[in-house]
Design a protein around this ligand. Structure first.
Ligand code: PEP
Length: 248
């Protein structure tokens, strides 16, 4: 009942030449049975959205401001992302939480703004290595879920990405049991708060997903797809991940 989602986060990587990767990805996946989303840097959203118009690849932003407009130099509003052709936005990625001191309240306000503008928000949560090692993972995730998801979230407008901070860009991946434990806890919290909408909200795993580990991760209950960083930059890496998700 939950359509699977393969989402790519290009972070601060890519130039107009990288649009060729998306063309390749679309050619390799002409009629995918899963949703595909690419979140390029803001400079590429307009061109990528135009190139993907009418295809099965959706385009998203990597962040938005909580306000609709105004004196916020360098920021982008959710409505501006929509205007550029985006349908999704990532909020609360751990790199933004760290680099820009974003709190759960900031993330919640951004998610609320994204939903209000008509975007689907991908809300990221996840524990640090020291939180994991001190046995606080489930507490941290519960606190981030409660603090970062706005009441307006529904099964259609919000996607949760569980991304252990220590697994992002490191090549380290939690065990399948660890992923299963956290995803089950997230699902229980979503259902407790949002009832049927909580059951419909997709939960992505993110953190060093690669072609060689994707199938095993996608076999874990309540893993509805992945948020992929490094391996989403090249079609040759992202396509096998999409194929693994399609076969899950
Ligand atoms: C990410 O940036 O969200 C991410 C999961 O990165 P990577 O796949 O490179 O670990």
């Amino acid at each position: 009942m939950r359509r699977k989602l393969a989402a790519g986060n290009w972070k601060m990587n890519g130039s107009t030449a990288s649009l060729a990767q998306v063309a390749e990805l679309m050619a390799a996946n002409p009629a995918p049975s899963v949703d595909i989303l690419i979140c390029p840097p803001a400079t590429l959203i307009g061109q990528m959205a135009t190139a993907c118009l009418g295809t099965s690849v959706a385009v998203g932003g990597q962040d938005c401001h909580a306000k609709t407009s105004g004196a916020h130099t360098g920021d982008i509003s959710a409505a501006q992302l929509m205007d550029a052709g985006a349908s999704h936005v990532i909020v609360g990625h751990s790199e933004r939480r760290t680099d820009h001191a974003e709190t759960d309240a900031t993330v919640r306000a951004k998610a609320e703004a994204g939903i209000a503008a008509g975007l689907t928000v991908v809300i990221c949560i996840g524990e640090t290595l020291s939180e994991r090692e001190s046995g606080k993972t489930l507490d941290v995730v519960a606190r981030q879920l409660a603090g970062s998801i706005p009441d307006s979230a529904t099964g259609e407008t919000a996607v949760i990405a569980y991304e252990p901070v220590w697994a992002i860009g490191t090549g380290k991946v939690p065990t399948l049991d660890q992923i299963a434990e956290v995803h089950a806890a997230i699902r229980a919290a979503l259902v407790a708060r949002f009832a049927t909408d909580g059951a419909r909200m997709r939960i992505l795993y993110g953190g060093s997903v690669k072609p060689d580990n994707a199938a095993a991760i996608f076999g874990v209950p309540d893993v509805d797809g992945a948020l992929v960083g490094g391996a989403s930059l090249k079609s040759a890496d992202f396509s096998p991940i999409i194929a693994a998700l399609s076969n899950a």
